[in-house]
Ligand binder design. Structure first.
Ligand code: ZN
Ligand code: MN
Length: 129
């Protein structure tokens, strides 16, 4: 019985991770849930949230929170930046060759920096056309 449950949990977590990694759109938990239901119809939104939190704590994924708006998730945990289009609302990857935040700036922080997050806001190339 316990083994069955364990198998199910593992399957759910794997599916959630695969869905997240299959897109570059930085989806919300709701979107991931809608996709996951196509494969596991009785999966719950709570299960999706819980697994996302676990994977975030494991350092496998990133959570991008935007105040009162729903968090978005990113299957790429490596340091990179995001460009948020104020017109279409998309969150695009932005990965310059040069780090945007230097070690000197991080060293000047009033504490030990564990991670940092940088976002640029503007109008994306598609919306500019
Ligand atoms: Zn746009
Ligand atoms: Mn990203």
């Amino acid at each position: 019985m316990a083994e069955q449950k364990q198998k199910r949990m593992t399957r759910q977590k794997k599916l959630i991770y695969e869905i997240l990694c299959s897109t570059k759109s930085h989806p919300t938990a709701d979107w991931i849930y809608e996709q996951a239901r196509k494969q596991i119809p009785d999966i719950s939104l709570g299960t999706v949230y819980r697994n996302l939190q676990v994977m975030r704590e494991e350092g496998r994924i990133l959570e991008l929170s935007y105040g009162k708006n729903q968090s978005r998730f990113d299957g790429n945990p490596k340091p990179h930046y995001h460009f948020v289009c104020e017109k279409c609302g998309r969150v695009l990857d932005f990965d310059p060759d040069v780090p945007l935040v230097s070690e000197d700036i991080l060293a000047a922080a009033p504490g030990m920096v564990k991670y940092h997050r940088l976002e640029c806001y503007g109008i994306c190339h598609d919306c500019l056309q």
